[in-house]
Design a protein around this ligand. Structure first.
Ligand code: HAM
Length: 410
């Protein structure tokens, strides 16, 4: 028996309905903030991701050569693709662009609960706005989208400017190495790396920065950074909006494109894979042949949200099973058309079952049976049986439809 590939999942209808109901809440949050959905290809030129997405993510990519000899990769994330699309398709569109997406990503990681090789991200990118308000807007949208799902989580907000100030004397490669240790919370590795570089002195200030939770303390440790006013403004907008967060200047983010504000979210009830949100301000467009446009965005790990929520019971459709004899078939098909065109989920026997077997099947799969034998067909009526209460009435199709609709809104 062929099995699904490692790190992938099948979703049965109940699970898909649960997923769609949660997804709809996040989409609705994005709509209210003016973010419109975009879609990019599932695979891209490999170079799109090797240019700036960071070593961690490029090591985990599914890379392949197509029949034309092109090097391609399944997208490990959507941000780079969205910026490529902006340059290709929307460079001259009025700024800022507010775009969102819900799409699957592929990373060759060691699978475990909450970590998959195919997983879904709900994300947003704000392109062409370079301000405190822009930084705050993406954080507020992420918070709103997660709140709408019902998960309980903590938000951590930071800024790379502090760390960069402390590491200003190091060359970019060394800075990169240090940030990678910080991203993995690997303080021992960090000390060894700094000692190798003869920069032990920075170690103390860096670990103090990682532990620091207030802006004045961070400025005292790392020195005043050029973005001071912008950071303070952003924080005051978040405070004003009642967003709950802790400051964390140790957030380094695994992706290499971030330039300023960064933030992460952690679900309360998940184990090792509890990070459900990551984002920040970044610049990528110039690397892909566009202008150097400022952007900010985030992605929520949708599968982790679903794990955190546990059992989700979406609103159920009312289901009508049409139960008919051969003599009633023509009329039954017309009743099914009426029900379906009014939005009612209506199923009809396709197995050549007798009346009793059809009714038994309907009682397992439907809320109502609409029984149509010769007598009903001749009278243009339906015997509508509520399969939960057993109550039954013979009605004309319009009245039967009204009854089913009323049940759906009970
Ligand atoms: P990221 O932190 O790499 O950021 O991923 C965002 C979220 O995707 C993570 O917080 C996590 O919840 C989820 N995630 C990552 N890997 C897996 C996996 N293997 N299985 C399940 N969930 C996973 C980004 O991807 C950036 N593009 C975010 C961004 C958008 N920054 C600016 N704009």
């Amino acid at each position: 028996m062929i099995q699904k590939p490692r790190g992938t999942r099948d979703f049965l209808p109940d699970e898909m309905e649960a997923r769609r109901s949660v997804e709809a809440k996040m989409r609705e949050a994005a709509r209210r903030f003016g973010y419109r959905e975009v879609c990019t290809p599932a695979f891209e030129d490999l170079e799109l991701f090797t240019l700036r997405s960071g070593e961690g993510i490029t090591k985990e990519m599914y890379v392949f050569e197509d029949k034309g000899g092109r090097s391609l990769a399944l997208r490990p994330e959507i941000t780079a693709a969205v910026i490529r699309m902006y340059i290709n398709e929307a460079k001259v569109a009025p700024k800022p662009l507010r775009w969102c997406y819900f799409a699957d990503c592929f990373r060759y990681e060691r699978p475990q609960k909450g970590r998959y090789r195919q997983f879904w991200q709900f994300g947003a990118e704000l392109i062409g706005a370079d301000s405190a308000r822009a930084d705050a807007e993406v954080i507020m949208l992420a918070a709103e989208a997660l709140k709408a799902t019902g998960v309980t989580w903590d938000l951590k907000v930071g800024h790379l400017g502090f760390m960069k100030n402390l590491l200003a004397d190091l060359d970019p490669a060394a800075q990169h190495l240090v940030m990678a240790h910080l991203d993995k919370h690997d303080l021992d590795g960090l000390c060894i790396t700094l000692a190798d570089m003869g920069k032990d002195d920075i170690g103390g200030s860096l670990s103090a920065l990682v532990d620091c939770r207030t802006l004045p303390e961070a400025f005292a440790l790392a020195g005043t950074i050029p973005e001071k006013d912008r950071i303070e403004q952003m924080i005051s907008i978040l405070d004003e909006a009642g967003i709950r967060y802790t400051l964390n200047f140790g957030i380094a983010r695994g992706l290499d494109y971030y330039t300023g504000m960064v933030f992460e979210g952690f679900a309360h009830n998940l184990g090792a894979e509890n990070q459900i949100l990551g984002g920040g301000a970044y610049r990528l467009a110039h690397l892909f042949g566009g202008d150097d446009v400022a952007s900010a965005g985030f992605a929520i790990g949708f599968d982790r949200v679903m794990v955190s929520l546990g059992e989700v019971t979406p609103e159920k459709d009312t289901v009508v099973g049409i139960v008919c004899t051969d003599e009633g078939e023509r009329f039954a098909l017309s009743v099914a058309r009426v029900f379906r065109s009014s939005g009612i989920r209506t199923e009809m026997d396709l197995m050549g079952r007798g009346l009793g077997a059809q009714l038994a099947h309907a009682s397992k799969t439907a809320d109502f049976a609409a029984v149509i034998g010769k007598r009903e067909a001749d009278a243009g009526q339906v015997t509508l049986k509520n399969l939960h209460s057993g109550e039954q009435k013979t009605l004309d199709p319009a009245a039967a439809l009204a009854e089913v609709k009323a049940y759906g809104t009970r």
